[in-house]
Design a protein around this ligand. Structure first.
Ligand SMILES: *Cc1c(COP(=O)(O)O)cnc(C)c1O
Length: 398
C-alpha cells in the first residue's frame, strides 16, 4: 500500500482520487476542482498543456533517459544553454539533479568543497534563516528550521554547523561579526519562505546579505526551488540580488516530472576547475539530466518567455489584492500577498480543520498546513476561477 507524505496514516482521511487533469482542474470521479496548490507549486502552465505533453512524447519516441556519466545529449545541452541565457549575471554552470532537496544538497556541498579546495577547512558553517525550508533530506533539514523536523533536534541536539537568524538586518550583521571566518555560505529562500509559513520579507535584507557575503568572502545561495519562475512577482529574485549559487526545481519542468538544477557562477565553478581530480565535484544523481525532464523544462521556459507570464502573475497579484482588500476576522492574524502567493495566517490552527472538505464542495482543492491557509495557483488561471478560489477562502470565515 501507499505510505502518504506528512500524514499520520492511522487518522488521515482518504485522499481525493484523481482520474484526469486539465488546465487548472483536477478531476475526481465525482467532480472537478481548481488546484489552488498547483501540485506543490509546480504546475505553472496547468495540466495537460499540449506543448509540454508533446515535448515529452517526442522525446520518449527518441530516448527517455541516458546517464550523464560519460554521455551527453541535446536536451540537457539545450536546457543548460537556455538557463545560461535566461539567468542573470554569470550563473552559467548547471548541475542537474532529480529533486529540489538533492539540488540544495549539491549547493551546500559545492559551498563546503569550494573552501576545502582552497585549503580553508575551518569554513564548515552555514548561515540560514529561522522558519527556513530547504527540503526533506538530512542536511536540508539541518539548514532548514521547519517545526515538523524538530524531532531531529531532539535526537541529535542543536547543530554545531548551522546558525539560524531571523530576517532582520541587525541579526544578520551580528551573525557575520561572530561567525564570518567559519561560514562557507549563507542560504535563503529569497523574499518568500514557503513551507515555513509563506513568510515574506524585504529585499533590503538580501541586499545587506549580499554586501556582507562579499565583504567576508562567504558564498550566497538562493534556494529558488519555490520562488523561481515568477512566484514572488519577480521572474527570479536573483534578478534583483545576484547570488553565487542558484537552486531551481518545482516549476522548472512545469510540474511534469521531478527535476532540479543547481546553477553556479564562474567564481564557484573555477574553485573546482584544475588538474587535480580530487578537486572535482563529487556528486552524480542517477537520473540527473533526464532527457524527458530536460525536454519539457526547455519548453516550459520557452512558454514562460513567449507568453509573457510575468504579466499573468502581476494580474493574479492585482486580482488577489482587490479580492482580499479589507478582509479580516478575529481568528486571522495576517493576510499576506506577494506575486502569485496569498496566505491567510490564523491564530489557532484548529480553525482550519474541515477547510479542505469545504473547499472541495466549492470546487477548489486546497491543502492548508499548520496555521496557514494559502493559494499558489497555476499562472494560466482565469479571473473568475481565481475569484472562486479567493472567495472560498473568505467564505470559510463567514
Ligand atoms: C519544495 C522545496 C524544496 C525541496 O524540493 P523537492 O523537489 O521536494 O525535494 C527545497 N527548497 C524549497 C524552497 C522548496 O520549496
Amino acid at each position: 500500500m501507499i505510505w502518504y507524505p506528512y500524514e499520520q496514516m492511522k487518522t488521515m482521511k482518504p485522499p481525493f482520487k484523481i482520474v484526469d487533469a486539465k488546465g487548472v482542474y483536477l478531476k475526481t470521479p465525482e467532480r472537478e476542482m481548481i488546484d489552488s496548490v498547483s501540485s506543490w507549486w509546480s504546475v505553472i502552465h496547468g495540466y495537460k498543456h499540449p506543448v509540454l505533453t508533446e515535448a515529452i512524447k517526442a522525446q520518449a519516441d527518441n530516448f527517455s533517459h541516458v546517464m550523464l556519466g560519460g554521455l551527453t545529449h541535446e536536451p540537457a545541452e539545450k536546457l543548460s544553454e537556455k538557463l545560461q541565457s535566461c539567468l542573470p549575471g554569470d550563473l552559467d554552470y548547471s548541475f542537474f539533479s532529480d529533486s529540489g532537496s538533492v539540488a540544495v544538497e549539491v549547493a551546500l556541498k559545492m559551498a563546503l568543497q569550494y573552501y576545502v579546495n582552497r585549503g580553508q577547512t575551518q569554513r564548515t558553517m552555514v548561515l540560514s534563516l529561522t522558519h527556513a525550508y530547504h527540503g526533506d533530506t538530512f542536511k536540508t533539514m539541518e539548514v532548514g528550521d521547519d517545526e515538523d523536523y524538530h524531532f531531529i533536534l531532539e535526537a541529535y541536539g542543536e547543530s554545531k554547523n548551522v546558525v539560524h537568524i531571523p530576517t532582520e538586518i541587525p541579526a544578520l550583521k551580528k551573525a557575520f561579526e561572530k561567525y564570518h571566518d567559519r561560514l562557507n555560505c549563507m542560504i535563503v529562500e529569497p523574499l518568500l519562505q514557503g513551507a515555513g509559513g509563506m513568510r515574506m520579507y524585504d529585499i533590503s535584507f538580501l541586499k545587506e546579505a549580499r554586501q556582507l557575503c562579499d565583504e567576508y568572502g562567504v558564498l550566497l545561495i538562493f534556494d529558488e526551488v519555490a520562488t523561481g519562475f515568477g512566484r514572488t512577482g519577480n521572474r527570479f529574485v536573483a534578478d534583483l540580488v545576484l547570488p553565487d549559487i542558484l537552486v531551481l526545481g518545482k516549476a522548472l519542468t512545469g510540474g511534469y516530472i521531478g527535476h532540479a538544477v543547481t546553477v553556479a557562477n564562474k567564481k564557484v565553478y573555477d574553485g573546482f576547475y584544475g588538474d587535480e581530480p580530487e578537486k572535482a565535484l563529487m556528486h552524480g544523481p542517477t537520473f540527473m539530466g533526464n532527457a524527458l525532464a530536460c525536454s519539457v523544462a526547455l519548453k516550459s521556459i520557452e512558454l514562460f518567455e513567449q507568453e509573457n507570464y510575468m504579466e499573468k502573475i502581476h494580474k493574479i497579484e492585482k486580482i488577489t489584492r482587490r479580492e482580499m482588500a479589507g478582509f479580516e476576522d478575529p481568528r486571522i492574524k495576517e493576510v499576506r500577498i506577494m506575486g502569485g502567493c496569498v496566505c491567510v495566517e490564523v491564530y489557532d490552527r484548529l480553525c482550519l480543520n474541515g477547510y479542505q472538505q469545504f473547499a472541495y464542495e466549492h470546487g477548489v482543492f486546497s491543502r492548508p498546513f499548520l496555521n496557514y491557509l494559502y493559494a499558489m495557483v497555476p499562472y494560466i488561471i482565469a479571473e473568475e476561477e481565481l475569484v472562486l478560489v479567493l472567495r472560498t477562502m473568505k467564505e470559510w470565515f463567514h
